[in-house]
Design a protein around this ligand. Structure first.
Ligand code: ADP
Ligand code: MG
Length: 380
């Protein structure tokens, strides 16, 4: 009766609240690597949600050395632990939300380790990309009696403000456009879109993409640290009885190294590269600042990266950023600037995430609301 109506209303309200929030920021500290000379970590104190850095004051002019985030993972955290809190996001993609997961940090801090894993991949060492896709298949399998899902992927690289298809045979030649078409939202129509049916399909494609990335990396001085790579996962589900369709998209992004490049030391192509990386990462910073300040104009169009991420940063998506810290004393300047950047990211409040469902479903919800109202009216 009445109690139940109240209960349902509260549930709806809680669901809506649940979808609002900030960009979640998780901080991960890399361990010292085997073969590195012994030194003392710059990470002083670390617990579940905060981290403090030991550093000379010249790197922290405001004197602040402690930072808090949604989650902090120490050097001994496993890939499984790092991924465990990400699972609800994967469910959201299948429910029709857009989800974006980034890896940010200076070169060598562990971005690729988090997203893909170490060179030799094992079941324990695989990273977020593999785990996300395998969860996606697992959950869609569990729902197969009520919803049928189709999953397809694209893989692109942004390098020197050019977008390349990592799943194309002519990766170095073809340049792609990013489009923003009303219904589909931001998309890269000319990048190969490959349907996948199992995690082994995905592993095959990711290897191909990594190989393509490596081809261009040797062609141009370790390009992989200076390009952004993005795995885009498109999910379409159809409810078997109602025919309602839901669309979700997940961006999994391994960003270029965030280190500031000293322009006096680089010339020619390297200088052009450095300027481009700075351009897109500083454009990302500008977008984030402007979202944090709730400005009415957000400068998404200033770089390819921010254009691509417009739907993921604007407030209708669920966004998670993994930031990475190297423990070495000579990295401390970058460590501090990474932590400060991440703090700005945490300050961005997103609006309610929006589900991509077709009209049939809105009608159904409206009917539900009308029924609830009628039930309430009868009781009063
Ligand atoms: P990035 O992509 O940020 O440049 P990588 O992911 O390539 O950095 O990491 C640099 C090196 O450190 C690699 O050899 C990687 O395997 C290792 N590494 C990074 N993070 C970890 C970690 N959490 N545990 C063990 N090794 C790590
Ligand atoms: Mg990398």
């Amino acid at each position: 009766g009445y109690q139940r109506v109240l209960e349902e209303n509260r549930k709806l309200y809680n669901q809506v609240q649940d979808l609002k929030g900030s960009i979640r920021v998780y901080c991960r500290v890399r361990p010292f690597l085997p073969g590195q000379p012994n030194s003392v970590s710059t990470v002083g104190h670390l617990d579940e949600g905060s981290i403090s850095i030991i550093t000379p004051l010249k790197y922290v002019k405001d004197g602040r050395k402690s930072f808090t985030f949604n989650k902090v993972f120490g050097p001994s955290a496993t890939q499984e632990e790092v991924f465990s809190d990400t699972q609800p996001l994967i469910r959201s993609v299948l429910d029709g939300y857009n989800v974006c997961i980034f890896a940010y940090g200076q070169t060598g801090s562990g971005k690729t380790h988090t997203m893909i894993g170490p060179k030799e991949l094992t079941q324990e060492s695989v990273g977020v990309n593999y785990r996300a896709l395998s969860d996606l298949f697992l959950i869609s399998e569990q729902r197969k009696d009520t919803i049928s899902y189709e999953v397809s992927v694209q893989m692109i690289e942004i390098y020197n403000e050019q977008v390349r298809d990592l799943l194309a045979t002519d990766v170095l030649n073809k340049r792609l456009e990013i489009r923003n078409s009303g219904q589909k939202g931001v998309n890269v129509p000319d990048a190969n879109l490959v349907p996948v049916y199992s995690t082994s399909d995905v592993i095959y494609l990711m290897n191909l993409g990594q190989k393509n990335r490596a081809v261009s990396a040797t062609a141009m001085n370790d390009r992989s640290s200076r390009s952004h790579s993005c795995l885009m996962v498109h999910v379409q589900g159809r409810e078997l009885t109602s025919g309602t369709t839901v669309r979700g998209c997940m961006h999994l992004i391994d960003l270029a190294g965030s280190e500031r490049v000293d322009k006096s030391e680089v010339i020619g192509d390297r200088l052009k590269e450095a300027q481009h990386i700075n351009k897109s990462l500083s454009a990302l910073g500008d977008v984030i600042s402007s979202l944090a300040q709730k400005n009415s104009h957000v400068p998404y169009r200033n770089s390819k990266l921010t254009q691509l991420l417009q739907d993921s940063l604007g407030g209708q998506a669920k966004t998670l950023m993994f930031i990475h810290i190297s423990p070495e004393p000579d990295a401390v300047g970058e460590t501090i600037s990474t932590l400060k950047f991440a703090e700005r990211v945490s300050a961005v409040e997103l609006g309610a995430a929006r589900v991509n469902k077709d009209v049939a479903d809105v009608k159904e919800l409206k009917e539900q609301i009308a029924n609830l109202k009628a039930a309430l009216a009868r009781k009063e």
